[in-house]
Structures are given as structure tokens and as C-alpha cells.
Design a protein around this ligand. Structure first.
Ligand code: AMP
Ligand code: MG
Length: 266
């Protein structure tokens, strides 16, 4: 399954990565089965991860508007026990958040031990929307790439595994999705006229994404670029990547407490 994990130090050119790529896979019974099987594995791995209660997993989802962050959460995490999982959606910072450094609100939302934290948008907004709209001086957002790398490094060193997914859609696909939100009554609540102003800044955003993906793909927290024009393929890739990561971590529930076998329940 093709979903380039960005090599640290390499330069990402999004134009060279086809958002409609499916690596030869098709939307059929086989790929449906594959997703279903990965979701079962994910549920089991999460249960063991929660029982182990030693490490955390942080999953960062970023994309252009309509890129599929919500849909990924809905479809890939459907089998996960909510007890060990928290989703945080990062919106425009509040007045209080703006009175702190940009990582303050991120730190407060990090997953505790045994838990999976899902970030719908993240600290990366502070080098994306903030850069595109010049919300802070250039020197300030430029320094953030390194600040983010150091922050993520410390997290990894202290027991958090980080997976970062960029859901890569084309401008044409965004048009279709925005139109669907306009037409379809069930989806119209999601239509945000503000998205049109952001769409007009498409190439500025792509450039900001290219820099974030290039500069913040590190050995300890690499980015994965997910071709996301096809929702089923996007789900397949994200689920597969998380399952592989958790399998590699191989969580082990703690051994039974001593003397358990001698206990009799009366
Ligand atoms: P949505 O994800 O559609 O609910 O929209 C959330 C909005 O919050 C998006 O327009 C983001 O660009 C914006 N946002 C998120 N984080 C920040 C940030 N750090 N600074 C400014 N805007 C942000
Ligand atoms: Mg929106």
C-alpha cells in the first residue's frame, strides 16, 4: 500500500504525489475485508495497550478543509473502546490559549499512559494557517519548526509514540466535497463559507504544508502522506499504519498480581 513516509531531511513536493493514487487497489470486497480485519486487530491491540498502561500513542491528523479528518476518525476508530481514547479538535485558539505559547494547549491534550490521543488539527496549525495569514511575525513561525521537533522528541523519549498523517486531497476533489456539502441537506451543517476564502489560498497552504512535512519529518516522528481523494483507500492506509505500529509495539498486559491463585472468593 503506497503512502509515503517522509524521509527525514528530504524535500516534499506535493505536486509529485498523486492524491488519487490507490497503488493498484480497487474498492471491492477484498479491500473491504482488509479494512474490517484491520479494525478487529486494532480493537484487540488497543485493549492490550490500555491494559499495559505504560506508553501512549498520539495520532495527528492534518489536511486541507474537507480533507477527511473527521471521516477518518469516524471510520478507522469505530471499533476502539472510548475509555482508552480521546479525540481533540483544535479550533481557533481562545483568548486564554493565545496568552500562552502555542504548545500549551497541545500539552494539556496529550494522551495519558495506556491511551490513544487523536488530534484533529494540531500544533501544525501554528505553521500552517498562522503562516498563511501572517498571524504572527515571520521569525516567530519560522522558529516553530525546530520547536515542534524538540517538543515531539521529548514526547517520544518519555514514552509517547507519534504518528502524523497528512491526508492529501486535490483541489478538484475539494471542490466536489464542498459542493456536496452545499447540496446535501444532511451535510450542509459542515459547510463553512470561510472555507471558500481558505480555498482561494490553496497554493499558499500547499507550500506551507510542504515545509511542515519536510522540516518536521524526523526519525522519531515522521509524517505519512496519505493519498486521500479516495476515502476507502485513505481509511485502508491509516488503519494499516496504526495496526502495524501497535503490532511493533507489542503491548503486554501486566502479569497477574502475586498470590492470585490462592485467593478464594466466598
Ligand atoms: P474546523 O476544523 O473545520 O472545525 O475548523 C477549525 C478552524 O480553526 C480552522 O479554520 C483552523 O484553521 C482554525 N485553527 C486551528 N488552529 C488554529 C491556530 N493555532 N491558529 C489559528 N487558527 C486555527
Ligand atoms: Mg471546517
Amino acid at each position: 500500500m503506497r503512502a509515503p513516509s517522509v524521509d527525514p531531511g528530504s524535500t516534499v513536493r506535493l505536486r509529485r504525489i498523486d492524491p488519487a493514487d490507490t497503488d493498484g487497489y480497487e474498492k471491492d470486497d477484498r479491500t473491504e475485508q482488509q479494512l474490517a480485519s484491520d479494525l478487529v486487530k486494532l480493537a484487540d491491540l488497543q485493549e492490550r495497550f490500555y491494559a499495559e498502561n505504560r506508553r501512549s500513542l498520539l495520532i495527528v491528523l492534518q489536511s486541507m478543509d474537507t480533507g477527511g479528518k473527521d471521516g477518518t476518525i469516524k471510520h478507522v476508530f469505530s471499533g476502539i473502546n472510548p475509555i482508552g481514547c480521546q479525540v481533540t479538535c483544535f479550533k481557533q485558539p481562545s483568548e486564554e490559549e493565545l496568552d500562552h505559547d502555542f504548545l500549551w494547549r497541545i500539552g494539556k491534550a496529550l494522551p495519558r499512559r495506556g491511551n490513544i490521543g487523536i488530534f484533529n488539527r494540531s500544533h501544525y496549525e501554528d505553521v500552517l494557517v498562522v503562516r498563511v495569514h501572517g498571524l504572527v511575525p515571520r521569525a516567530e513561525w519560522k522558529a516553530r519548526y525546530e520547536q515542534i521537533n524538540r517538543f515531539e522528541k521529548q514526547l517520544v523519549e518519555t514514552g509517547t509514540t507519534i504518528l502524523k498523517f497528512f491526508l492529501h486531497i486535490s483541489k478538484a476533489e475539494q471542490k466536489r466535497r464542498l459542493e456536496a456539502r452545499l447540496r446535501d441537506q444532511a451535510r450542509s451543517w459542515k459547510f463553512d463559507p470561510g472555507d471558500l476564502a481558505e480555498r482561494a489560498l490553496w497554493s499558499d497552504y500547499q507550500a506551507a504544508y510542504e515545509d511542515a512535512l519536510s522540516r518536521c519529518s524526523t526519525p522519531w516522528a515522521p509524517w505519512t502522506i496519505v493519498p486521500a481523494d479516495h476515502k476507502w483507500y485513505r481509511n485502508l492506509v491509516v488503519a494499516r499504519t496504526i495496526v502495524k505500529t501497535l503490532q511493533r509495539m507489542d503491548p503486554q498486559p501486566p502479569p497477574p498480581k502475586a498470590g492470585l491463585r490462592r485467593i478464594k472468593i466466598r
